[in-house]
Design a protein. Structure first.
Length: 644
């Protein structure tokens, strides 16, 4: 149980939270919501002991095990899976002690370490770390890569996996779905529903919150209020409370006007002086219920396109991917990283398409090919002469020029346009007044994303290609974006892990998986079912992603070659299945031998015998565990290949 008693919290001179008095029960999965700057992250810092309360008390159990996601990831040479395993600090220390004792030949220390690892259920720790990484989109071949080799977004996923690896009674997650794709979000949602401790989560993904939380804490105006139920339940209760508040305010205003009218009319009359005085006292005692203010701070829109051609863009029999060496494209062939093959995709006026697919399957590759950023290896991209694309990529926010203002960015796009026209336009995107002249250096991620979308809107595109536009946006901004996209007259292709946004603005879905692009006949619930039946979320399309030998400009495969390839694939599948069975048999044998060794090592009589025999038993135990780890890794890779 966590109790706030008249709790207040200040950041600098600003009072964020005041007189908070509530209790969080053990086992709750609590969504912490509120506008940006209301104190959500500061509340987490207080729970972690990083911020002292300004007043009141915060009571937490003395031996509460707390886990949270680090904001920074050091550029370590350690293998990624070892970094994740290190989230369980006690287990990592015990495993290190066991390894050190083995190297020194200290049987007593080895036995103590072995006993501690058994207490922590630690010998399957590496496999558990691998499962966490797999669920968050890391393919098996990346598990041994150094942490320093991963990009910032993938390091963020490593930090999340490390937090989930840590045994905890209280888990704090601040925007855990940022930089995750949809299948990783669905996997995380399932994992958190099984979490046995108390969960506090900050998120701007309403569908994710609905799928995870059991209670909601709303921070507003310095106060905090608890609601039972998920985010949708909170919205319904909150809307009803606001409705009742507005009714009370209107009644009070009517009564106030009536009393004031009486006072104004009769306060000068001696015969009515007492009644006027009585009504003045009633006026003073009225509660002063506030009128309900609009919750959403702003809205915006994408201007109507100048022209809207019927057939906007087509990909015909396209093979798409990346040249390993762009200079090689000058030759007769190229060393290619093929991602998608035989793509037939067209966009008509008014279409609103959502792209679904596992991590790494090629959604961003498809969007870049549609934009024209990637040239097809074969096939043809056909664009209408009046096509005007508005493209938001995952790196767009980072590409804003440091030290420049929103007005500077807009003047770069339209140097001849009057400044006032630009300022009026920026005002519709909530960069009004002096905000138009502020440097983007001090902007939040959400403000930068809003500016990037404003710069796209300025060009009046007739086709929007948006790749994860919501990563930095809060709930209000996401609702405003959904409204703007719903009203947009042009066509839209959207990649997003935000199911609420996808469901609101997309009329059809296409699935990108296993090197193919095909229409998906179903909704987002059907897609989640497909991911589960597929056996594995977040899996790269192995065939499509493979690096291939030089290929001609228009590759053709003969029927005989296709039959030969199919036969080879069947043989490979047969061999893989046989190897899986052999691994399972060998793993069972290792488990039996390990159990026998553990019984020997647990027997005090063993330590009365020769030292060399104890060392032999310890070394054999270490060898078997290492062999089992290697077999489990190979088994996972084989099963993934068979599922693909």
């Amino acid at each position: 149980m966590i109790a706030f008693r008249h709790f207040a919290l200040r950041r600098g001179s600003r009072l964020l939270l005041s007189d908070i008095d509530l209790v969080i029960q053990a086992g709750w999965r609590l969504g912490v919501i509120g506008r940006n700057g209301c104190g959500k992250s500061s509340l987490f810092a207080a729970l972690q002991g990083k911020l002292e309360s300004d007043a009141g008390e915060l009571d937490m159990p003395a031996k509460l095990r707390l886990a949270s996601v680090d904001q920074e990831t050091p550029a370590l040479p350690d293998a990624a899976i070892d970094y994740v395993l290190g989230g369980d600090e006690e287990l990592a220390a015990a495993l290190a002690a066991e390894a050190d004792a083995g190297e020194r030949g200290d049987m007593e220390a080895m036995a103590a370490a072995h006993h501690r690892i058994e207490e922590l259920h630690g010998y399957d720790g590496r496999a558990r770390a691998g499962k966490l990484m797999h669920g968050l989109g890391f393919s098996p071949e990346t598990h041994e890569r150094a942490v320093q080799e991963f990009s910032g977004g993938w390091r963020g996923r490593l930090n999340l996996a490390r937090a989930l690896m840590c045994p905890s009674d209280l888990l704090l997650l601040d925007e855990p779905t940022n930089h995750l794709d949809l299948d990783a979000v669905l996997w995380l949602e399932e994992w958190l529903r099984r979490y046995q401790g108390t969960l506090l989560i900050i998120s701007h993904d309403r569908e994710f919150l609905d799928g995870v939380i059991t209670h909601t804490m709303h921070l507003d105006g310095g106060g905090a209020k608890l609601y039972t139920g998920n985010y949708s339940a909170f919205e319904r209760l909150r809307a009803e409370q606001l409705r009742q508040q507005q009714i009370s305010h209107e009644r009070e205003q009517a009564e106030r006007a009536h009393l004031q009218s009486f006072v104004d009319r009769f306060k000068a009359k001696a015969s009515k002086a007492k009644q006027a005085q009585s009504r003045m006292k009633r006026l003073e005692k009225l509660a002063g219920t506030e009128a309900v203010r609009a919750e959403r701070p702003f809205s915006f829109q994408f201007p109507a396109p100048g022209r809207l051609p019927d057939s906007m863009l087509q990909l015909e029999d396209v093979t798409a991917g990346y040249a390993v060496d762009p200079a090689s494209r000058e030759g007769n062939g190229e060393v290619a990283h093929i991602v998608l093959a035989d793509v037939r995709f067209s966009i008509e006026a008014g279409e609103r398409i959502g792209l679904l697919g596992p991590n790494g399957a090629g959604k961003s590759t498809l969007v870049k090919t549609l934009v024209g950023e990637l040239e097809p290896f074969s096939g043809e991209r056909k664009a209408h002469k009046d096509l005007k694309i508005g493209y938001f990529a995952q790196h767009t926010v980072e590409s804003l020029r440091e030290g420049s203002s929103p007005l500077d960015h807009l003047q770069d796009k339209a140097p001849g346009v009057a400044t006032q026209v630009m300022r009026d336009f920026l005002g519709t995107w909530n960069f009004a007044g002096d905000r138009a002249f502020e440097s983007v250096d001090g902007f939040s991620g959400g403000e930068r994303a809003r500016l990037a979308l404003a710069l796209i809107a300025w060009d009046k595109p007739n086709l929007l290609l948006l790749d994860e536009p919501t990563n930095h946006l809060d709930l209000d901004m996401r609702e405003a974006l959904a409204d703007a996209l719903a009203d947009f007259d042009g066509a839209l292709v959207l990649v997003s892990h935000d199911r609420h946004l996808l469901g609101l603005v997309c009329d059809s879905f296409w699935r990108v998986a296993d090197g193919t692009v095909e229409s998906f006949d179903g909704d987002l619930d059907d897609y989640a079912k497909w991911l589960r039946t597929r056996g594995s979320a977040n899996k790269k399309a192995a065939k499509a992603s493979a690096t291939v030998k030089p290929v001609p400009k228009t590759p053709e495969v003969s029927p005989e070659e296709r039959r030969r390839q199919a036969a080879a694939q069947r043989e490979d599948e047969k061999t893989s299945r046989q190897r899986v069975k052999r691994i399972e048999t060998r793993t069972a044998s290792i488990d039996t031998e390990l159990a026998a060794l553990e019984n020997q090592l647990a027997d005090p009589a063993t330590y009365n015998g020769p030292t060399q025999e104890m060392m032999r038993l310890g070394q054999r135990q270490t060898e078997l565990r290492r062999e089992k780890e290697a077999l489990e890794t190979e088994w996972l890779e084989l099963v993934e290949r068979l599922e693909a």
